[in-house]
Design a binder for this molecule. Sequence first.
Ligand code: FRU
Length: 484
Amino acid sequence: DVSTPQWRPTYHFTPPQNWTNDPNGLIFLNGKYNLYFQNNPFENKWGHMSWGHATSTDLVHWDNLPVAIPEIVTKDTTTYIYSGSAVLDKNNTSGLGKDGKGPLVAIFTADKPKQHNESQYIAYSNDGGLSYTQYAGNPVIDLDKKDFRDPNVFWYEPTKQWIMTVAMVDEHMVRIYGSKNLKQWTRLSDFGPAGYTKSGWECPSMVPLVVNGDKSKVKWVLFVSAFTDRGPGMQYFVGDFDGTNFKSDNSATETLPVDGGDAFYAAIPWRLANHKATLMGWLVPGKPDTYPWRGQMSIPRDLSLRATSEGLRLIQQPAITIKDKLNTLSADGVFAMESTDLRDKEVPLPKAGKTNAYWIDAEFAMADVKVAGFKIAQNKDLPGNDIIIGYDAIKQQLFIDCTNAEKNNKQPANHIQAVHMRPMKLLNGLVKIQLLVDRNSVEVFGNDGEKVITTEIYPDAKSTGVSVFGNYVNVSLKLWRMDK
Ligand code: FRU
């Protein structure tokens, strides 16, 4: 295996070594973001599924901690620790706490490959989430099913109980359970099938979010992951939760994608105070091997809802915790370009850095313009390999175009489709683009988080050029190098 430092992200989470997929057990405790993650502690490929663990105060720098929940191996059976969630049981409803203090409780799927069984387990921690003990009464829910997984649990104050959403994978349904003690669960309702149902549903989660910043207006969003014919995908439903049922407002004919690309998957939220939530997803790796790690997380995304002419829509913005610190996170502060006229020009950004790790906030004034945006991963010795990211004012689409990279690169990502688009309108002739490039990923946020597209890229170490282009455009931008 050849080491691939050119693809190691600088401001996205990767385990120091070995495989990761889904984020698990996201919980904010005592000023620290806890990230557990699907992890193979022994190899750089999926297997031996366990919960890896890392914590961070700023969502950029991570302290890597020992495996928190290892696979369970006995003489005649192996139990994988699949995806799930973690809660602080403050009032010790479970009775699993110690010395008058409530435990942390992890709720996850125990997958038994030999028995073709997936059931829900709990495990508890009385050392702040470093290590967990399996509950002696496991499983807490067993329907004798092969595909039944990814419980996500939260406290629901109005009925004073724990609520779980869990995937009935092949039925394309989310089953909702309630519990007073995290041990006995009562089935409350089923949601679905609805929206995208061509493949198995995984990793459901449900959060209340504020609408248009008005704290008195709260609606619920239900997230579901499913692999589509374009690759990994997520959809969301906006609606109401009354403690028993989730009722969706989505139109019966429309599926709402969370992300327009082909990498963002299995995302779950950190639930924060005052109906705030930050979503983190797994970025599904492309074809080339990265080593000595494989798999990474997305940028954490602060969530909210905005009223649009089409209805309430999800807004995702790169976590403010990171955004606020860019000047100090950057290698050389901020580089600003004010109102540059781009009349049919391609303007290189020499400050973009030596490596493909940077963050750009840009605003384009698109008078008479067809297309404007950025060309990245440029290399003057290998012209025509670049990846184009921008806004097409004729098609009214935000896009990432990897056609050249897929055709010419020595290391194409092997996307099912090379072009990713999301419909988006100009706002008074302006378009805002936030472009987060981090070695082997691209995340583009349009119009303050109205649309997001994420994909994986595999440029060689020398293809790091960036330019901004457009015809009859004014652009103002800020750029932060992120390869300090
Ligand atoms: C999603 C998923 C989950 C499962 C986990 C296993 O990527 O398939 O449904 O719990 O990965 O690693």
